[in-house]
Design a protein around this ligand. Sequence first.
Ligand SMILES: CC(C)(COP(=O)(O)OP(=O)(O)OC[C@H]1O[C@@H](n2cnc3c(N)ncnc32)[C@H](O)[C@@H]1OP(=O)(O)O)[C@@H](O)C(=O)NCCC(=O)NCCS
Length: 179
Amino acid sequence: MTTGPETESSPGLVIRPATLGEIDVLCAAFPGRPRVLHEERIQHQVDGHGPYLIAWLGGEPVGHLQLQLPDERDLDSMVEGRGAAWAEDLWVTPGARGRWVGPALMRSLESEARQAGVARLIFFAGVSPEYAAARAIYAWMGWRERRREPFVESATLPRDDGGTDTYVEAVTIWEKELT
Ligand SMILES: CC(C)(COP(=O)(O)OP(=O)(O)OC[C@H]1O[C@@H](n2cnc3c(N)ncnc32)[C@H](O)[C@@H]1OP(=O)(O)O)[C@@H](O)C(=O)NCCC(=O)NCCS
C-alpha cells in the first residue's frame, strides 16, 4: 500500500509496510527501538496479524506505527481490546515533525484496519505533556478517550547491547469506531 501526499506540507510522503530487507535502514533511522522489535513486528506482519507501517520522506524512514489485528489467542487483545484492533507505537523522528507525518500514519492504519474488516481500533496514549501532540491529533481525527482515568502500563524491552529497558507510563485508552 502506498499513501501519497496527505497535505501540502508533506509532499512525497510514502507510507507502506516494512520489509525484512529494510531492517538495517530501520535500525539506523529509529535507534530508540531495538532490532529485535523491528524484526518481531515484521514477522507479525508476515504472519498476517497486521502491517508495520513505515513513513518515508525523501527516501528516508521518518516514522512508524504498528497495527495489531484482533487475536483470539491473546488475552490483552480479547479482554482489554474487546475484539478491537490495536494501534501500537506511533513515532515520528524529531527532524520530520510538524509535517503531518503522524496523522498520515494514523490514517493509513485506519484504512488498513478497515480493509481487514475491523470495526473498532484502540490505542494507549500517555497523559504526560510530552504526548500533547499525539493526544491533539487523536482527538482531531475523531478518536475518543474511552476512560479518562489514567492507569499504569509497563513494559520491558531488550536493548541491542544485550541489556533491557523498562518503561512505566501513565496512559489512557483511546478508541475509534471505523464504521
Ligand atoms: C505525536 C507525533 C507522532 C506527531 O507527529 P507529527 O507528524 O510531528 O505531527 P504534526 O506536528 O505535523 O501535527 C499535526 C497537527 O497536530 C496538532 N498539534 C501538533 N502538536 C500539537 C500540540 N503540542 N498541541 C496541540 N496540537 C498539536 C497541530 O494541529 C498540528 O498541525 P499544525 O502544526 O499544522 O498546526 C510526534 O510528535 C511524535 O512522534 N512524538 C513522540 C512520540 C509520541 O508522542 N507518540 C505517540 C504515542 S501515544
